[in-house]
Ligand binder design. Structure first.
Ligand SMILES: Cc1ncc(COP(=O)(O)O)c(C=O)c1O
Length: 399
C-alpha cells in the first residue's frame, strides 16, 4: 500500500490508542485463582512468583514488588542513602515521577540534558557537571554552587532505549555515587547485551497501564544486594520489626503490591517476549515508511542498544515537514489516532523550581519536536498502516 493513500474516515474508524494493554494470556485464569482462594491482598503466592519472574528475566538476584513505579523509586533512593538536602542527577527529559521521588526525600534533582542522537541522559554532561561544578570535601562530593552534597545518579532509560551507562558507572565509581536505574519504561531493553535494571546497584520498573507489561498499576525494585532487597521489603511493608507484636523501629510505607495484581503480572511476564518482538516489528515498519518522509527523524537505536521501542516516537522538523508536531498531533486526533508530545522538560517544571536554573537545549528541542505514535503490542498491521497513512498524507498535503 502506498504511504500516501487516503486514510479511512474517522467515522468508520475506531480510536487507535497510543499504548493500550494487551491482555491475551493467563490473566483471567490467575486472577480467578486469587478470587477463588481468597488470596487477594498483599500476601499470596503470585507476589513471590511475580518477583521471581522479573528477577529471573532481568538477571538480578532479588526483586521486591511495589504498588507502583514511583514508590519503587522512592524506596530505592532511600535505600541508596538519599537524605534531605542532597542532590541527585537525573535526565531533564523524562516523566516527572523520579524527580518527585527525589523531592519526597527532601533532596533536589540536578537536571542533565539529553544526548542529541539517542535522546537519553548525556554521559558527557554528567561528567562535565561532576568534574567542573563539584568538589570533594572529606571524601564526599559537594556541588560548589549550592553547597549541597551530591549522592547519586538516576539514569532514566526513556521510551524503551537504554542510557549509555558504562561512562556513567565509571564516573559514579570515581566520585563514590550510587547509581539508581529508573528502568520503568524499558523492561527488556539491553545495553551492550546486558538487560537494563541489572547495570547499577538498584533499579525500578513500572507496570502502569501504558507500560510494556501491566498490572493495572504496580512496580518492582530489583537488586543484587541481599541487604538492600531485605530493606526494600521491610520499608515497603510498614517496617515491621515484629509483626506479631506490631513493633516498628522506623517509619515504613504501605507500598506492597497485591496478590491480585501480581497474578496479572505473572501472566503478562509470560507474554513479555512476544510483546518485545511485536514492538520492534512496529518500530521497523514505522522506520521504513516514515523514514522516507522529509522532515521526520525516526526513533533512534544506538549501535550498542537493544531497544524495546516501548513508546514509538519521531521528531518533526516543522520547516521541512510542513507543519509542527502539535499541528500533526491535532490532525491525528481528528482522524481518531491517539498521539502525544514528550513531557515538559523537568528544568522547566514549576513543581521542581527549587532545584535552580538549568540550560537543557536538547531536552527543549525534544519537547518541541517529538510526537509519540500508537505502538501497543496489540496494534494490528491495518491500524498501523492507518497511522502511517495519516502522517504521510499530512506531509503530502504540504508539498
Ligand atoms: C520514567 C518513569 N519513571 C517512573 C514512572 C512511575 O511509574 P508509576 O506510574 O508506576 O508510578 C514512570 C511511569 O509512569 C516513568 O515513565
Amino acid at each position: 500500500m502506498s504511504t500516501a493513500s487516503k486514510p479511512k474516515s474517522p467515522a468508520t474508524q475506531q480510536l487507535i490508542p497510543l499504548s493500550a494493554p494487551e491482555i491475551s494470556g493467563n490473566e483471567w485464569k490467575y486472577v480467578k485463582e486469587c478470587l477463588d482462594t481468597g488470596w487477594v491482598s498483599s500476601v499470596g503466592p503470585f507476589v513471590e512468583r511475580f518477583e521471581a519472574a522479573v528477577a529471573d528475566f532481568v538477571g538480578t538476584k532479588f526483586a521486591v514488588a511495589t504498588v507502583n513505579g514511583t514508590s519503587a523509586i522512592h524506596i530505592a533512593l532511600k535505600i541508596a542513602g538519599i537524605e534531605a538536602g542532597d542532590e541527585v542527577l537525573i535526565a531533564a527529559i523524562t516523566f516527572i515521577a523520579p524527580a518527585n521521588a527525589i523531592r519526597y526525600l527532601g533532596a533536589y534533582p540536578v537536571f542533565v540534558d539529553a544526548e542529541p542522537n539517542y535522546w537519553q541522559m548525556d554521559p558527557e554532561k554528567v561528567s562535565e557537571f561532576l568534574n567542573n561544578s563539584c568538589e570533594m570535601r572529606n571524601g564526599a562530593l559537594y556541588n560548589s554552587n549550592t553547597d549541597r552534597r551530591v549522592k547519586a545518579i538516576v539514569p532514566v532509560h526513556v521510551l524503551g532505549h537504554p542510557v549509555d551507562l558504562d561512562p556513567i558507572l565509571e564516573i559514579a565509581r570515581k566520585f563514590n555515587l550510587a547509581v539508581v536505574e529508573d528502568a520503568t519504561e524499558s523492561l527488556g531493553a539491553k545495553y551492550r547485551g546486558r538487560k537494563v535494571g541489572n547495570l547499577g546497584q538498584i533499579a525500578c520498573f513500572s507496570f502502569n497501564g501504558n507500560k510494556i507489561i501491566t498490572t493495572g498499576g504496580g512496580g518492582m525494585i530489583v537488586t543484587n544486594d541481599e541487604a538492600w532487597a531485605r530493606q526494600a521489603k521491610y520499608l515497603t511493608t510498614q517496617a515491621k520489626d515484629d509483626p506479631l507484636e506490631y513493633i516498628h523501629n522506623e517509619v515504613g510505607y504501605n507500598y506492597r503490591l497485591t496478590n491480585l495484581l501480581a497474578a496479572m503480572g505473572c501472566a503478562q511476564m509470560e507474554l513479555l517476549p512476544s510483546f518485545i518482538e511485536r514492538k520492534r516489528e512496529i518500530a521497523s515498519r514505522y522506520a521504513k515508511q516514515l523514514g522516507e518522509i522529509p522532515g521526520i527523524s525516526i526513533m533512534p537505536e544506538a549501535p550498542w542498544a537493544f531497544s524495546t521501542h516501548w513508546l514509538y516516537t519521531v521528531l518533526i522538523e516543522a520547516q521541512v515537514f510542513g507543519m509542527d508536531s502539535r499541528a500533526l498531533l491535532r490532525l491525528l486526533a481528528k482522524e481518531n489516532v491517539q498521539s502525544r508530545p514528550l513531557w515538559q522538560p523537568l528544568h522547566r517544571s514549576q513543581a521542581l523550581k527549587d532545584s535552580g536554573e538549568f540550560t537543557c537545549p536538547i531536552a527543549d528541542r525534544l519537547n518541541r519536536d517529538a510526537i509519540s505514535l500508537p505502538c501497543s503490542a496489540g496494534l494490528s498491521n491495518g491500524d498501523l498502516q492507518v497511522v502511517i497513512d495519516v502522517v504521510a498524507s499530512a506531509a503530502a498535503s504540504r508539498h
